[in-house]
Ligand binder design. Structure first.
Ligand SMILES: CC1(C)CO[C@@H](CC(=O)O)CN1
Length: 431
């Protein structure tokens, strides 16, 4: 019989001004998973898993101090869960000194895909680069081989664009111009028109996206001769809210007109097949109901559509705890063969750390966020979803499985001009 307790650290972004406060929904989701794995007699039998957590406010410094407090206060922790790219960068860079795995449920930065800097990092949240093969696939599908890029000067978008450029080069797609801006996109948008850009990939946070869209309206860089790729994880009506508050001098009608027809790409975070039973015995819709119940109890007005931040990513946190439990289970079985257990883990014991690494590295299970598996860089392997804004609401156009290079297309796209916009000015020779 094995008995005892297994402890991990949880660093959740709950409050804070900047960044992503996704811990608000992700912490409750992780706690649901903790209850579920502890209720399973066939998992970690004889052991109970505990999460000791604190708020990072999505600030790397505070995240670091939360980590030190977790490590220098008993009981000893076996692994760290964390959210936010900035916090994961700091925590994952330091954790290797304690032989600790770090599992990030809310970090999209491409910079984290680096085994040299982050040898023990895994993430159930896909890298922002997961959009790029999908963008290329769509360009090939619609015959666009001449594109432009408009990006906000933020680390996550800079490294995503570098990855996109590499994909374009490989696919023989020409980038006629790459414009970036800090916070005011006016000049950058004007330059797009000068370069006669027609197919434009836009990479910016949602506040900058509203500024871009108003400039696009003013420069008439929309309609039947243009195609915009935006990021798909903004809130649904992002282009008509907060206009006054953010000093956008376009009306909701003008914003809607400029937005009509744009495409979006995003990583799938909720298993699409809603009646498929996952490892927990729940479907992703069962999970949604349980999460909503937990959030109501925490005081969120879910029925009034007042969702906490991180709701979209909650399945990633839920599945992260399952990945830990399954990896510990696998490690325990292996250690038992040599008369050891996870209770023998210490911060200086690289041997057991390597066993835990191996176990996480070979993860493969169906979670509420879909198939959970990691690349050799510890990145989440995920499907992407493509949508188009038609008559002011988002229509699902299809899904893309990069690994299998399989595009599921629903034939629902509609073009303002009734046909696929060309990627350049088409000269019609008079006969
Ligand atoms: C899709 C998004 C909003 C991207 O940023 C992640 C947070 C981060 O990368 O810091 C959370 N999920």
């Amino acid at each position: 019989r094995r008995d005892g307790d297994l402890h991990i650290g949880g660093i959740f972004p709950m409050e804070g001004e900047g960044g992503w406060q996704g811990g608000q929904a992700c912490k409750p989701a992780a706690e649901l998973a903790l209850a579920d794995v502890n209720a399973r007699s066939d998992l970690l039998s004889g052991f109970k898993l505990y999460i000791h957590s604190n708020d990072s406010k999505c600030e790397p410094g505070l995240g670091a101090s939360v980590m030190y407090n977790l490590l220098y206060n008993p009981p000893q922790k076996l692994l760290l869960l964390a959210g936010c790219s900035t916090v994961c960068t700091t925590v994952a860079e330091a954790a290797k000194m304690w032989n600790l795995m770090v599992l990030c449920y809310g970090a999209s930065s491409p910079a984290l895909s680096d085994r040299a800097r982050f040898p023990t990092l895994f993430r159930t949240h896909p890298s922002a680069t997961v959009h790029n093969p999908t963008r290329i696939k769509l360009m090939q599908k619609f015959g666009w081989s001449r594109i432009a890029i408009l990006q906000q000067a933020e680390e996550v978008f800079i490294s995503t664009v570098e990855d996109l450029e590499a994909h374009c080069k490989k696919a023989g797609i020409e980038i006629v111009t790459r414009q970036s801006f800090l916070s005011d996109p006016a000049d950058a948008v004007r330059n797009l028109r000068r370069q006669d850009a027609r197919v434009i990939v836009g990479l910016f946070y949602v506040v900058a996206a509203r500024r871009v869209l108003c400039e696009v309206y003013k420069h008439r860089l929309y309609g039947k001769s243009y195609v915009w790729f935006f990021i798909g994880w903004y809130e649904d009506n992002w282009f008509e809210t907060n206009l006054e508050k953010e000093g956008i001098d376009c009306t909701p009608e003008q914003m809607r007109e400029a937005a009509e027809g744009h495409l979006t790409t995003e990583a799938l975070m909720w298993n699409q097949n809603s009646n498929q039973t996952t490892i927990s015995g729940m479907t992703s819709e069962d999970f949604r109901s349980r999460l909503n119940e937990a959030l109501r109890e925490a005081g969120y007005d879910i029925d009034g559509e007042r969702y906490p931040e991180g709701y979209q990513e909650a399945p990633l946190a839920y599945d992260a705890v399952w990945a830990v439990a399954l990896a510990f289970n696998k490690t325990m079985e292996k250690l038992e063969k040599s008369g050891l257990s996870l209770k023998n883990f210490t911060y200086t014991n690289k041997k057991i750390a390597d066993d835990i690494y191996e176990a996480i590295n070979s993860t493969s299970f169906l979670g509420v966020s879909g198939l959970v598996a990691f690349s050799s860089q510890g990145d989440r392997i995920a499907l992407t979803q493509i949508e188009q804004l038609t008559d002011n609401h988002y229509v699902k156009l299809g899904y893309y499985d990069t690994q299998a290079d399989n595009l599921t297309w629903l034939e629902r796209e509609r073009w303002v001009g009734g046909k696929v916009p060309p990627d350049r000015t088409v000269v019609v020779n008079e006969l």
